[in-house]
Design a protein around this ligand. Structure first.
Ligand SMILES: [Zn+2]
Length: 127
């Protein structure tokens, strides 16, 4: 998870915005919603596809009203407003959104069961 956060915060996440800068793709639009440039913040937080996951989190309302300009700014506000456990869950959900984005980018799809399985694997199976 630390590596994921580092990549999102430093521009090394291979979202389309970064791929365009490296001339790997010729446009940076989000291929899931076509409403914005696909930055790390968009792919994991502001995309309507990502919001569907985030809206279910109990802490979502604490962050939803913010107008974030970068992934780093989102995390700075999260660290101020959320509890430690809420920040941990936020990072897991951001990571899940990134993995869902990757699955779609590479021609697959992610189902609700896949997301639930990832959460269970990350959080441990209930006893
Ligand atoms: Zn999008």
């Amino acid at each position: 998870m630390q590596h994921f956060l580092w990549r999102c915060s430093t521009g090394y996440m291979p979202c389309k915005e970064a791929l365009l800068k490296r001339k790997i793709v010729n446009e940076a639009g989000c291929f899931r919603c076509w409403q914005a440039v696909e930055s790390p913040l968009h792919a994991t937080w502001t995309c309507v596809c990502s919001g569907a996951v985030m809206e279910k989190a109990s802490f979502y309302s604490k962050l939803a009203s913010g107008q974030y300009t970068s992934f780093t700014q989102l995390m700075e506000v999260a660290l101020q407003k959320l509890t430690v456990d809420e920040v941990k869950l936020l990072v897991i959900l951001l990571w899940i959104n990134w993995n869902e984005r990757n699955a779609v980018f590479h021609g697959g799809s992610v189902t609700a069961a896949d997301v639930l399985l990832m959460v269970l694997l990350l959080c441990g199976l209930p006893s």
